[in-house]
Design a protein around this ligand. Structure first.
Ligand SMILES: [Zn+2]
Length: 133
């Protein structure tokens, strides 16, 4: 919708050395002015739901900027605290052991000045599974 207001300074106008755009400001009409028209569906409800699910999956499983991907990346979560699991590793003399642990901070400060584990699965009490990825 064309308005009487002046449009903000756009990139083309700025690159031409102008301080304002010569065009009027164009805005969407307010929602109460919209005219709704019933139209037949282009796709079935099932197809729409499948497409929506695919979009959500694509967003969830899209490639990340991970140096070495792990098998359960983005899938495993801690049953105790709900934080996501991440893969980490430790090295023995013979080989490198990979394991998953939750993202909860290992300890939080207590009012008495001590430290308490934030999650029951904190490394000191957790059972670690070893193996690759
Ligand atoms: Zn946890």
């Amino acid at each position: 919708m064309r308005t009487d207001q002046q449009a903000r300074l756009t990139r083309p106008a700025r690159l031409q050395g102008r301080s304002m755009s010569p065009n009027p400001l164009i805005l969407d009409r307010p929602a109460e002015d919209w005219v709704e028209i019933a139209v037949p569906a282009i796709v079935t409800e099932e197809t729409f739901q499948l497409a929506a699910r695919r979009l959500a999956d694509n967003q969830r499983f899209a490639a990340r900027n991970t140096k070495v991907a792990s098998l359960l990346q983005g899938l495993a979560a801690c049953a105790s605290c709900g934080y996501a699991y991440y893969r980490t590793s430790t090295r023995t003399t013979a080989r490198k052991l990979y394991y998953y642990r939750c993202l909860a901070p290992t300890t939080t400060a207590t009012p008495a000045g001590g430290a308490a584990p934030t999650c029951p699965c904190a490394p000191t009490t957790s059972t670690r599974s070893s193996g690759s990825t």
